[in-house]
Write a protein that binds this ligand. Structure first.
Ligand SMILES: NC(=O)c1ccc[n+]([C@@H]2O[C@H](COP(=O)([O-])OP(=O)(O)OC[C@H]3O[C@@H](n4cnc5c(N)ncnc54)[C@H](OP(=O)(O)O)[C@@H]3O)[C@@H](O)[C@H]2O)c1
Length: 247
């Protein structure tokens, strides 16, 4: 499988689709895992507004805990048919009160393990159990919300070791699964996406320090990127503008 060409910008840099407008009726059926989150909820609403039948799954509404494989298997396994858009929008920066580390001296095995449980193993288990929901033919996009701070090549600030490392690892999960996906489902696309800095619970403690975009704007940005993806892009890591992010 060809990887994402270095430095290639997605072709949607030309006229972006109108906000809320469907690109040729796609997707027909979407699954949003983490639909209770700021970005997940906005994506589910935007997909529904353009005519997709949206299945929402979340921990708070449905009891789906992505850190528990049995829970993932039960919830995803209960779904039937195929979905042409699957978005994994779960994740957290602060887990059980453990804030992102400012220094390697603050890293603890427990906090790091929890980051991996949620931000790496969680999406991996969702991909594993959602595999049968991806049709062998026809355009399907599977997007995992990652984060630019998971980029090793782009890391110039340091800090946030556990979250960064868990996101770097989920990028490898995406890349590896995309290689496998391309063998049996040539039209399918699996990518890691950075949503930008978005005003959700996730960034609640950081919004005075960073410029944020509202969740509906982030959802529109992400859907424009998703609309423009082609099978050539599978296995890639892209930001909300469609620009590739270095691994
Ligand atoms: N916001 C940003 O600026 C930003 C930047 C870069 C990357 N991201 C990434 O984007 C994704 C979504 O972030 P967000 O801003 O929408 O965050 P959010 O509003 O805090 O939503 C987080 C979502 O993750 C779910 N979740 C947390 N732990 C879970 C678990 N154990 N099992 C199942 N679901 C769980 C939450 O479910 P419940 O609420 O139902 O418990 C919620 O749906 C994350 O992967 C994050 O790393 C966000």
């Amino acid at each position: 499988m060809e990887g994402p060409p270095e430095g290639r910008r997605l072709s949607f840099a030309a006229p972006a689709p109108q906000e809320g407008a469907s690109v040729s009726g796609w997707p027909a059926r979407a699954l949003v895992v983490g639909a209770s989150g700021g970005i997940g909820a906005a994506l589910a609403a935007a997909l529904e507004a353009r005519g997709a039948a949206v299945t929402r799954l979340s921990r708070s509404a449905d009891g789906l805990d992505v850190t528990d494989e049995a829970s993932v298997a039960a919830h995803i396994g209960a779904l039937g048919g195929f979905f042409d858009c699957i978005i994994i929008a779960t994740g957290a920066l602060v887990i059980d009160g453990a804030a992102p580390e400012k220094s390697i001296r603050a890293v603890t095995p427990d906090a790091m393990r929890r980051q991996f449980d949620l931000n790496t193993i969680g999406p991996a288990m969702v991909l594993k159990h959602a595999w049968p929901l991806i049709a062998r033919e026809g355009r399907t996009v599977v997007a995992v919300l990652s984060a630019r701070v998971g980029s090793i090549g782009d890391n110039r600030l340091g800090g946030w070791t556990s979250y960064r490392t868990a996101k770097a690892a989920v990028n490898q999960v995406v890349r590896t699964a995309a290689v496998e996906l391309a063998r049996s489902r040539r039209d399918a696309i699996l990518v890691a996406l950075h949503p930008g800095t978005v005003a959700t619970r996730f960034t609640a403690d950081y919004q005075d320090r960073y410029d944020t975009v509202p969740p509906d704007a982030a959802a529109a940005n992400l859907l424009a990127v998703i609309d423009a993806l082609t099978p050539r892009d599978t296995g890639g890591f892209f930001d909300w503008k469609g620009d590739p992010i270095p691994w």
